[in-house]
Design a protein around this ligand. Structure first.
Ligand code: HEC
Length: 164
């Protein structure tokens, strides 16, 4: 469906270009092609709204939680649950790319990037483990991931106290 719409738009642009003006690329098109990273969201918000929920989606596939109804085994038993665990790892991995963007990376940048890449490596392993439905694998990676997140937090403490 989307492909048809795009094709139609191209025909329209081509027609307009032919009938009204020489084939000079419109400046608006060039501007849109330049990457424009929106880094206005703070690292704090990025962690709260993206990194942490994604990590919990991944961690949510391993272990046992106890509530008023008793213990619940978190081991995924359906395709959908395994996919959710994999989604979490995939998003954590992508968030490590975001963290290394100019505008987010903090100084000393070499350390910052190294911690982000440490998390990326584990997230990739976690994603692969979820893909092959390796319960022990996601458990092992999950533990290491927790330590990798904390390693960056120890080196780079919050700029301002967290909101209450
Ligand atoms: C490259 C460094 C880095 C990595 C890797 C990293 N974080 Fe963070 N995180 C930070 C920084 C810096 C802050 C403090 C935010 C600030 O300074 O405003 C933070 C803050 C947080 C907070 C606290 C937000 C609040 O205000 O309550 C949470 C939760 C969090 N990170 C989760 C995670 C998780 C989960 C991971 C791993 C999956 C992770 N982070 C990996 C740098 C990192």
């Amino acid at each position: 469906m989307m492909r048809i719409v795009i094709a139609a738009a191209c025909v329209l642009v081509a027609t307009t270009g032919c009938s009204q003006q020489p084939a000079t690329p419109a400046p608006a098109v060039e501007a849109a092609a330049t990457p424009n990273y929106d880094t206005s969201m703070s690292v704090d918000e990025l962690m709260i709204h993206a990194m942490e929920p994604a990590a919990y989606e991944f961690w949510g596939g391993w272990g046992v939680v106890v509530d008023n109804d008793g213990p619940h085994d978190l081991r995924p038993t359906t395709e959908e649950r395994w996919k959710q665990v994999e989604n979490g790892a995939a998003t954590v991995l992508q968030m490590t790319n975001v963290l290394q963007l100019p505008g987010y990376a903090r100084s000393p940048q070499a350390d910052w990037n190294r911690y982000a890449q440490g998390v990326a490596k584990l997230a990739a392993e976690g994603k692969a483990a979820a893909e092959r439905k390796d319960y022990d694998g996601i458990g092992k990676v999950g533990e290491q991931l927790d330590a990798a997140c904390d390693a960056c937090h120890e080196k780079f403490p919050p700029l301002a106290p967290a909101a209450p």
